[in-house]
Ligand binder design. Structure first.
Ligand code: ZN
Length: 153
């Protein structure tokens, strides 16, 4: 793995909220926190880590606007629902793939001598952990989305 540099950002971003239901447009300030990583240490690594954190926070802020109700008609963006469904399905699929991978890895490392139920439960535990981690990370846009958004009405 080697040395890594981690940068954290907590910033507000200016964006435009466009309602898909009533066509209302309004400026919004969205607050987003993120962290980014870069290989190595030193000034360059610090700059790259910071840029990664900023790019991610920016994307998070833009996506957050899909999860706040329109200040005029109170409706939610329908694309928010499909993003949420994608995150749920994606986390479950990758969790299952991870569990399968760990199961095979345990079998290989122990040349099939591992206790079958230990290997199975270890793999299931890892799969659940991975799915929860991904769901947590990808689900940030809708978490406290209303608290992090201020409309310029
Ligand atoms: Zn609206």
């Amino acid at each position: 793995m080697g040395m890594q540099t981690i940068a954290k950002v907590a910033e507000s971003f200016e964006g435009t909220f466009e309602c898909r239901h009533c066509d209302y447009e309004v400026g919004a300030t969205v607050f987003a926190k993120s962290s980014g990583a870069a290989r190595g240490v030193g000034e360059d690594a610090q700059r790259v880590a910071y840029e990664n954190a900023e790019t991610d926070a920016n994307a998070l802020a833009a996506r957050t606007l899909q999860f706040v109700p329109c200040p005029k008609c109170g409706k939610l963006d329908p694309t928010g629902h499909s993003y949420r469904a994608q995150v749920t399905v994606g986390s479950l699929i990758l969790g299952a793939i991870g569990a399968g991978g760990i199961y095979l890895y345990i079998g290989m490392r122990t040349r099939g001598r591992a206790d079958e139920s230990m290997a199975t439960w270890g793999a299931i535990g890892f799969g659940i952990f991975l799915a929860a981690l991904l769901y947590w990370r990808w689900g940030r846009p809708w978490r406290s989305s209303r608290k992090r958004t201020v409309f310029h009405t």
